[in-house]
Design a protein. Structure first.
Length: 317
């Protein structure tokens, strides 16, 4: 069974979902057969790697694999990867082109020493190699590297972009998916198209009837349904702590959800509650505090119960 993230990966710049502000510039450089060093910054799953590969394909044609190297800095983040793998590839003469492209994914994971070595490598091989750096957080890259690249900010995909893409894949795979299910995929993936595609494929495998519903998506994702979280919070706001606690344990034990996922869903629901703005501010602050406690090793049930107690302070009359 083929993995859909690879099967439907864009092959050309025109196939990239949204990111028009990036694609138009790249297409202009393809026409000129000349590109600068670049930094692709933005969240995961929005097309940074796809753009780099599509650019190489359109620049080098059949020779793109010989003139393109992809390295994931999170796998090898030390100075050796720069001195070895990257420098060795940069030394090799380009095939049928004036330069080659070295794509360094998750470059913000490189150590400061490796970044300094990379800066020197970029200078030394500027005549025969172009570097494309991909990063979730561009601020983690040293200033000398940022100043040597053209920075592109990739935007998180909008719901309509994800919906259009999912419908295209669904038609191709001959599966039915409801609009609510698409909304659920977007809510969970938060604009990450790679995650959305994986969710769609897993949901299609689980949906024995061939129809993907909202419930199917949440079951596959092993995440709390927003309505369950909202019900638990409303019970607490009504002063029914026992019932709210029972709902919490249903999420933790019966549904097997992680405390971190529950607390993130609670955070999302706070902004839609019918309570004063000052109360929302206090609850957001408390949610952050209890998430930190969980991260420091606090007990899941005790910390979440304590967070529910905070909602009782704003009990509705």
């Amino acid at each position: 069974m083929e993995i859909w993230t690879e099967k439907y990966r864009p092959k050309k710049l025109d196939d990239i979902v949204n990111q028009k502000h990036v694609v138009e510039r790249l297409k202009a450089w393809v026409r000129e057969k000349s590109v600068p060093n670049m930094l692709f910054a933005g969240p995961a799953g929005v097309g940074k790697t796809c753009c780099a590969v599509a650019l190489a394909v359109e620049l080098f044609g059949d020779n793109w694999k010989q003139n393109f190297q992809e390295t994931n800095a999170s796998d090898a983040r030390g100075i050796d990867v720069v001195r070895g793998r990257i420098k060795d590839f940069a030394r090799i003469k380009p095939i049928g082109a004036d330069f080659k492209i070295i794509f360094l994914d998750e470059s913000d994971a490189l150590t400061p020493e490796a970044q300094q070595a990379l800066r020197r490598t970029m200078e030394r091989f500027s005549g025969v190699a172009r570097f494309i750096l991909s990063a979730n957080y561009s601020s983690r890259l040293i200033e000398p590297i940022q100043s040597r690249t053209v920075v592109f900010r990739f935007r998180k995909l909008k719901e309509e972009d994800v919906e259009k893409y999912i419908n295209r894949v669904a038609r191709s795979e001959n599966i039915d998916i409801s609009k609510d299910a698409i909304s659920a995929i977007y809510e969970i993936s938060e604009g990450d198209l790679r995650k959305a595609t994986n969710l769609l494929q897993a949901s299609a495998a689980l949906a024995t009837t061939g129809n993907i519903t909202r419930e199917t998506v949440y079951e596959v994702a092993a995440q709390a349904k927003p309505q369950d979280i909202r019900e638990m919070i409303e019970l607490a706001l009504q002063g029914k702590f026992g019932e709210a606690r029972k709902k919490l344990y249903s999420l933790l034990i019966e549904q097997g959800l992680a405390a971190e996922d529950i607390i993130r869903q609670i955070h999302k629901q706070i902004f839609d509650l019918d309570i004063p703005e000052t109360a929302k501010l206090e609850l957001v602050e408390k949610t952050g505090e209890f998430e930190y406690r969980l991260g420091m090793g606090g007990s899941d049930d005790i910390q979440l119960e304590a967070l529910l107690v905070q909602f009782l302070k704003f009990k509705k009359d």
